[in-house]
Design a protein around this ligand. Sequence first.
Ligand code: CTP
Length: 483
Amino acid sequence: MASLTVRQLDDTLKRLLRLRAARHGRSMEDEIRMILREAAQETVCDARDLINPPNPALAEPRRASTGSRAEPGLRSEAADRHRLVLIVGGGIAAYKSLDLIRRLQDRSILVRCILTAAAQHFVTPLAAGALCGNHVHTDLFDPKSEFDVGHIRLARDTDLIVVAPATADLLAKMAGGHADDLASAVLLATDKPILIAPAMNPQMWAAKATQRNLAQLTTDGVHVVGPNVGEMAERGEGGVGRMAEPLEIVAAAELVLHGTRLLTGRRVLVTSGPTNEPIDPVRFIANRSSGKQGHAIAAAAAAAGADVVLVSGPVSLPDPPGVDVVKIETARQMLQAVERALPADVAIFAAAVADWRAEQPSDHKIKKQQDRSPALKLVENPDILSTIAHRQANRPRLVIGFAAETHDVIANARAKLAKKGCDWIVANDVSPETGVMGGDSNTVHLVSAGGVENWPPQSKGDVARMLVQRIARSLKDLDAAGP
Ligand code: CTP
């Protein structure tokens, strides 16, 4: 093919081309090649759709091949909409994914769809394509899209990838980094957030291999919604394994997409980390809390638009962005800082406060003495959560405690809810084998007067985002109910 020479273009056009090439990190020549390639592809693949789009309201805007947003000046209403790639795995729940496409579109989300080979036993590309108004992708070596490294574009040119249903096989492939079909290749190639909605038989869900894969995926930052408890497709079988309902998946997707301004205008107070209680100038009583969960909650609340004060004990974590951090050492200092930070709409007590302190810390280093160990007399620290929850004035509308337990998690959490007078308890099992203390994932139960919700194992970041979403919903309900 003849080499490219760019002449007779007006200066504005040349400038725009230069700008576009720079933005994509290409030479002018490569950029023009890319534009020609896209145009040719469009003619081959989508010409009919361009003349008569299957669903004009949902047709995707033309985008630069690597860009995540439409070019300036070409912005349309659609360019401001979120884009999502939906990967449908092969399970009976695949039929719900057709409804999911609809629900996502109701929220103005642009959907592109990938069906695995197994998924096509349950839903057809024709049905999925008719609903999402786009070509449905099924093949890693699809001549229509592979021309421009199709799976890489699918992986990158989106805001979120949702896998629903996520079968045991897909989870295993994801956890193992396989890439032998379009779905797994896209999942491996993406740098965008991934949300999975697992669905499988309860025994497959409970299998050690599946739980191992799930733990790996949550550690890798994959978001999880469901599965729910319910009846299976197989007659008479029930348990944990039903795919989350389409609306639940949409809510989870929206949370990942927006982090939204769910808490704009709200003031949120969070405690985090351990407290250190001095014995003498060099020794103290501490615990194993890393502060990861509390800090993640503060970060998620700030990302959701709240004005956040984080009262933190000594941790080796960076301050979450956009958060006002008050650093303290002891329980009594934490209580003081918390009281100073009031009023707040919500207070979340994630700190592992030392229950006791030395009654009389020495002001000099205690020296070893022959044949006598020093006696350490302990006194109880103030209970910060209980103090704030029982306030008459300035009580936050929502007071949330944590319960770190090693046994009888739910029973102990219920007892704490009553004793401390808070509205919710986020209960978690911190036995050493769970790896929760200091680890990156958590399995929690939300305990309130209304009952117990068991949340799936997920990263501490996801627990934080889910909690923020629940808090936002609850504050809205409280607003509606009036003072
Ligand atoms: N808490 C607090 N002040 C304390 C002790 C605990 O604010 N002096 C808060 C924690 O931040 C958490 C909740 O109370 O939100 C429960 O903490 P946890 O350590 O699980 O329970 P304890 O009250 O300490 O009871 P126990 O150690 O007997 O389980």
